[in-house]
Every structure is written in structure tokens, then in C-alpha cells.
Design a protein around this ligand. Structure first.
Ligand code: WTA
Length: 679
């Protein structure tokens, strides 16, 4: 059993394209489904669990009443009148008429109720001994100061603010300051390029950018200001760039009219700031994610439903005991997991979290386990790609640390292959801790399918079933539910509180992307299989979205980047199974005649070009220069065949190719060696 069997789903270039899309490569998956590995909840955890089995029944009996009850986790400045308005699907309004302030819910109320001295974050910088502890009271003061500073920069409710930051406390402070003012934030992952940054700033019309001089990665400062300078030079409407001094790099460029140091502006502000209550549907943030066309989609989340959904799931799925737990989610705040399960869910619940700035191997490969030991982490949430990396490094590394504080382990971002699950359970969780495999998306905002650790058994490789209050189904091409033991498409059949409300500025694309394939139901873009018990096994994407180390990348976006290079005539990109990263980007390019054979360094040149256009995470692992691409008669690239090549398999059925000799051409070219692997 390799990763490949779990993550590879063959498909043609369009989503939902026939039954082919649902066949995982090989039959290892079906073997796997017959394996009887099951881990029941540990007795002690089950006895004291936050959630019992009755919760599923309660939610089934009256879903909206269930969510109304969960909404009591939030302090409303004005109570809502209606739980859900679904009169204009697919545009949902949750907790209609309610008013609240997200930052108040994450901070002020904890302080007001006597929890101000509780630690919100144990922050750990990458350099040794660089730590900071922020209590709820500290964090509230900092957020109020930052909110006052933003007001001084002219920010008003409804203005969008771009945040491009390393993993430092000011990132959380900036997000909550925006939320406090009702100014939606858009956090752009620090690994994205200037181009990606400027297109997002323009798309959401941000006038203020918050950044830092840099952050620490792999033992050295990694600069952030230069890409911001480059991006902002193309965004004339950006009037202020607020810069945190983190690394103290001295070669930083400064535009005195636009740039302002955080310590100059924020530190002098008052710690008093009166939070305004906003409508439950007031936008909280926009998060850009790859779709199956080139242009990234701005996923819009609103305030009330999102907070209810993230608070409930964080409490239920991590069995959170806020007084005693030390919780650590290792995601980057630039992704949705960081938003929902480092910032909003945990803070709404008054949890104590660990936040770590750097990479897992700095200064040594046991850094994470050192942190677990030092801070006595009880609940830990990470991604399969990280687990596989630790597997590669060897179990002797975590074994050197005392991990006995751990009680529960979570996984997110891609299907977790059973080997990785078993390794995680055994080597990190010493076979005591349940593993919750949590399926969700940027769009869903909250975890949707997952075991409940005190109720549901875990099966290595399965996310099990929809949590209480959530309705999911696996359907066939015709939209009919599949039988147990069969595969199909994953859909969500009822609206949920933290669902995306639309795509920023594009209601039509929202309807088309998610609600048109199976009318009345939300199509997630994932293939899934039901086992004989009715539990869900995720099979990966069925559209043109790749999942590389748990990060979503669009094939089309990378193809456009390649084609924008003057030497490239045409490009096709596929996600090829990869032992470490789940999928890896494999590109096939046809060069322009004017480029001749492209020159010796053409592959390196193209990889660098993609990094510049999108970001280093999008760099193809392999690029093959080919004379032709396999296409159907209607001109669609047959990615299935390219994936066969990229995964070193015999190519499958070529009968629908317009020109069946193309594959021979590609293969003969490969033999000649015009390809290059990752450096
Ligand atoms: C995949 C990350 C299997 C899936 C929270 C989904 C998963 C996409 C799992 C969303 C899981 C996420 N098992 N697949 N537990 N979690 N995925 O938007 O393909 O970055 O559609 O959100 O990741 O990725 P996104």
C-alpha cells in the first residue's frame, strides 16, 4: 500500500467526468477497505468526553435547533431571530438578525469573565529561546492597540485588509484587530510570490497591507517586505503598508509616504477600544484558494455562523477542556486551518494554544517533539505530509522526547494513508491517543467529516462520518446515493453555519462551481467511497485541483504560468502520486519553435518562472519537454494519460485520442532524456 493508492484518482480534464474519475489506481484500496483495523475510543476519554453518541440523534431530530443550541457558545450583542434563512439558495444567512463582534468573542468576554490570566498563546520563535507568552488579557490589549492604529490609518468597517506575515503573534493580533473593526482580512500565505500577492490585493481591493520585514525559516531570516514592495507597486490604491519588525534585516527598502513601522504606530496606542457589534452575516474574511480554472477564488466567510461552527467543532472534535488542555495546530495561519483552528475556534473557546514560527527541522529534526515535551501539549493537529516526513526521518527522533502529555492527535489536508496513520498513532500517540482524521475545505470553514474521539471508532484511512448537524452523502454520476461498498462524489446535502457565503465579487461562479453539478447540493470536488459500515473514505480530488503537501494548487493556474514564459507554446500539468507530498506537480510543455530546443537550462528556467508567478510551492517537481500533448478530438488534454507517464505506468486506453501516435512520441522523447527532476 503506497500513498498513491489513496491519493490518485484518475480523471479527464473536466470535473465529474464520468465513472473513470472514481477508480483509484490499482485495487489496493478495496483490499484496504476489507481490513478490519478499528480503534475504539479509549475508555477514560469516552467517559469524560464533551460529546456523547446522543448528540448525533439530537442533531438529526432537529438540525436547526441543534445549531441554535451551539450558537449559545457565542456572546451575541443582539440575539438572532432566525437560525437559517435558506429562501434564496445557495445564498445562506445564518443567525439572522443577530449581532456580534468576533474579537469580543475571542478575547474581551474571556477577560470580563475572569479568564484574562489564562494563556492564549505560548508562542515559540524559530531561533532558540525566542518565546513569548500572551494571556487573554495581553492579547486583548494588543488587539485594541492594533485596532486603534488601523483606525488612525483610516480603516473603516467593510474595508478589506491584506495580511502577509510570518507565524508571529502580530499575525493573530492583526487578524483580530481587523475583525474588531469589521474590516474583512485576507491573509496571503507568506510563501506566495509578489504576483500572487498583487492579484489578491487587487481582487479584494485592499487599501492597507500588514506585513513584516521577514520571518525565520530554516535558521535564517526570510524576507517578506521585497515581495510586498513589488506587489504594491502594481496596486496604486494601497495607501499604507504596516510593517512589523521581526528579523531586523537592515537592507529593507522604505517608502516614507506609505510604509509605517508597527512599533511606531501601534505601540503608542491606547489599550481601550470599544468593539462595535456587526451583523451575523458581516464579512469576516476572504481566503483565496485554487479552483479548477486559472483565477484563484476568494472564499468569503461571514461572522456569526463561522464562529459558531469553528467553536463547536474545535470543542467537540478535539474534546477540548479549556482549563487544562494545551492545544497545538501546526498549520500556517496563511491557510484556512490556521484561521479556523489556530485563531477563531480555539480563541472563541478560551483555549491555550502553542504557536510555532519555524520549520520542524530547525535547529534539529526533533524540534516539534521538544515543543510537545516542553509545553506538555495535550492535543495535536497536523497534516499527513508532515507525518510522512517524520516517518522518513525515523521513529528514533520522537522517541527521544517525552510525549506522554499527548491525549489526542488530529490530521487534516489530504487523505491520510494507513501507514502514516498507524505510524502517527504508534510513534507519536504511543497507541493510546485516538487519531481524528478530519475532512473539510477552505469553503466549508469548519470540520465536516471526522470521528468524535469519545464516540466514534477510528479506522486508519477513513474520516468516518459527518459530525452532528452536518449532512453528507456519496452519490453517483446521476446524483443518486451509492450503495455501501461503492465509490462516488462527495456532496453536502444541507447548509451549515460556517459555509462560504459566496465567491468574493462573483456570485455566478459560486453557483456554478459548487451547486450546479448536483442541483440543491454542494459538490465538494472530492471522490469518496462508503465502506460496508457506511463510513467515508476520501479518495482525493476529481477535478483539476491538485493536493501537494495538503496545499491546493490548480493545474490550470500552473499551466497559465508556464505558458506566460516566452519559450513555451503549450503546457499541461497533472498531479502525480508522490510518497512524500501526496501529489507532486508534473508538467509537460511544448516549446515554441523560436525557442529551438530551449537550451540546456530550460527546465530550471521554467521552474523558476513558476515560482516567480505563483510561489515556490507551485514549482513543478518534474518538467518534461514534449513534441505533442495527448488530446481528445474535442481538444481536451487527456491528463489521465499524462499521469500514467508521470507515474511511470503503462499508458491506459488511448482510443479516444485524436492522434494515437502522440503517446509514442512522448515516450520516445522521454527515452532521449529531455526531462529533469526536482533539485
Ligand atoms: C483535501 C484544508 C482527505 C480534500 C482544510 C479537500 C482531505 C481539500 C482531508 C481541501 C482529509 C482535506 N481527508 N482529504 N481529512 N482534509 N482534504 O481547502 O481534497 O486547503 O477538498 O482545506 O483537501 O483543501 P483546503
Amino acid at each position: 500500500m503506497t500513498d498513491k493508492d489513496q491519493t490518485t484518482v484518475t480523471s479527464e480534464s473536466s470535473a465529474g467526468d464520468g465513472s473513470d474519475a472514481l477508480k483509484p489506481s490499482g485495487d489496493a484500496l478495496s483490499n484496504l477497505l476489507h481490513e478490519e483495523r478499528r480503534f475504539e475510543p479509549p475508555v477514560e476519554l469516552a467517559t469524560n468526553a464533551n460529546v456523547t453518541a446522543a448528540e448525533y440523534d439530537e442533531a438529526d431530530a432537529d438540525r436547526l435547533a441543534f445549531w441554535a443550541k451551539q450558537a449559545e457558545r457565542i456572546t451575541w450583542a443582539q440575539p438572532f431571530e432566525e437560525v437559517l434563512d435558506w429562501s434564496e439558495p445557495p445564498f445562506a444567512k445564518w443567525f439572522v438578525g443577530g449581532k456580534l463582534n468576533a474579537a469580543y468573542n475571542c478575547l474581551d468576554r474571556h477577560v470580563a469573565e475572569g479568564r484574562g490570566g489564562r494563556v492564549a498563546f505560548h508562542w515559540i520563535g524559530e531561533p532558540d529561546d525566542d518565546t513569548r507568552t500572551l494571556t487573554y488579557a495581553d492579547l486583548k490589549d494588543e488587539v485594541c492597540k492594533a485596532a486603534n492604529a488601523l483606525v488612525e490609518l483610516g480603516v473603516r468597517s467593510g474595508d478589506c485588509i491584506a495580511i502577509y506575515m510570518p507565524m508571529i503573534p502580530e499575525t493573530v493580533i492583526a487578524m483580530l484587530a481587523c475583525a474588531r473593526l469589521g474590516a474583512p482580512h485576507t491573509v496571503i500565505f507568506g510563501g506566495f510570490s509578489a504576483d500572487a500577492l498583487s492579484s489578491r490585493i487587487q481582487d479584494c481591493d485592499a487599501r492597507v497591507v500588514i506585513t513584516a520585514d521577514g520571518g525565520y525559516r530554516r535558521g535564517a531570516p526570510s524576507a517578506l517586505k521585497p515581495p510586498v514592495d513589488e506587489a504594491v507597486s502594481r496596486c496604486p490604491d494601497v495607501r499604507s503598508v504596516l510593517v512589523v519588525r521581526r528579523t531586523g534585516q537592515d537592507d529593507i527598502e522604505w517608502n516614507g509616504e506609505r510604509d509605517v513601522w508597527w512599533h511606531d504606530l501601534v505601540d503608542k496606542q491606547s489599550t481601550e477600544h470599544e468593539p462595535e457589534a456587526f451583523d451575523a452575516e458581516h464579512p469576516l474574511y476572504v481566503m483565496y484558494t485554487s479552483g479548477s480554472t486559472g483565477k484563484p477564488k476568494g472564499i468569503l466567510h461571514s461572522t456569526g455562523g463561522y464562529l459558531v461552527g469553528t467553536a463547536y467543532t474545535h470543542w467537540a472534535i478535539f474534546d477540548l477542556k479549556p482549563e487544562t488542555d494545551v492545544y497545538w495546530c501546526s498549520a500556517d495561519i496563511g491557510w484556512v486551518t490556521g484561521h479556523s483552528y489556530i485563531v477563531y475556534g480555539p480563541l472563541a473557546n478560551g483555549a491555550t494554544s502553542v504557536m510555532y514560527e519555524g520549520t520542524p527541522d530547525t535547529p534539529h529534526k526533533g524540534r516539534w517533539w521538544q515543543i510537545v515535551q516542553d509545553y506538555k501539549v495535550t492535543k495535536f493537529y497536523t497534516a499527513p505530509t508532515a507525518i510522512r516526513t517524520f516517518m522518513k526521518w525515523g521513529a528514533e527522533i520522537p522517541a527521544k522526547h517525552d510525549l506522554s502529555s499527548l491525549q489526542l492527535l488530529g490530521s487534516v489536508g489530504e487523505p491520510i494513508n494507513p501507514e502514516a496513520y498507524m505510524w502517527y498513532r504508534k510513534e507519536i500517540g504511543s497507541d493510546r491517543c485516538p487519531v481524528v482524521d478530519t475532512w473539510w475545505q477552505t469553503e466549508t470553514g469548519m470540520i465536516m467529516i471526522s470521528p468524535l474521539p469519545g464516540v466514534t471508532a477510528g479506522k486508519p484511512g477513513s474520516a468516518m462520518k459527518a459530525i452532528p448537524g452536518i449532512s453528507a452523502a456519496v452519490v453517483n454520476d446521476a446524483g443518486e446515493p451509492v450503495e455501501r461498498g461503492s465509490g462516488g462524489y462527495l456532496v453536502l446535502t444541507e447548509p451549515w453555519p460556517a459555509m462560504l457565503r459566496t465567491l468574493w465579487g462573483d456570485d455566478e461562479r459560486y453557483k456554478e462551481t459548487y451547486w450546479s453539478r448536483f442541483p440543491g447540493r454542494y459538490f465538494a470536488g472530492d471522490g469518496a467511497k462508503l465502506d460496508e459500515d457506511g463510513d467515508v473514505w476520501l479518495l482525493g480530488r476529481v477535478d483539476d485541483v491538485m493536493n501537494v503537501s495538503g496545499h491546493r494548487l490548480s493545474t490550470t493556474e500552473i499551466e497559465s504560468a508556464l505558458v506566460s514564459h516566452p519559450k513555451v507554446a503549450e503546457a499541461a500539468v497533472v498531479g502525480a502520486a508522490d510518497n512524500m507530498t501526496g501529489q507532486a506537480v508534473a508538467a509537460f510543455v511544448i516549446l515554441r519553435e523560436s525557442a529551438g530546443d530551449g537550451g540546456e537550462d530550460v527546465v530550471a528556467e521554467l521552474r523558476a518562472h513558476v515560482a516567480k508567478e505563483i510561489g515556490a510551492i507551485a514549482k513543478p517537481k518534474t518538467i518534461m519537454v514534449v513534441p505533442e500533448l495527448p488530446k481528445t478530438r474535442s481538444g481536451k488534454i487527456m491528463r489521465r494519460l499524462l499521469r500514467d507517464v508521470a507515474e511511470h505506468r503503462e499508458t491506459g486506453d488511448v482510443t479516444t485520442l485524436a492522434d494515437s501516435s502522440v503517446m509514442d512520441l512522448i515516450k520516445s522523447n522521454l527515452d532521449e532524456g529531455k526531462t529533469a527532476d526536482d533539485d
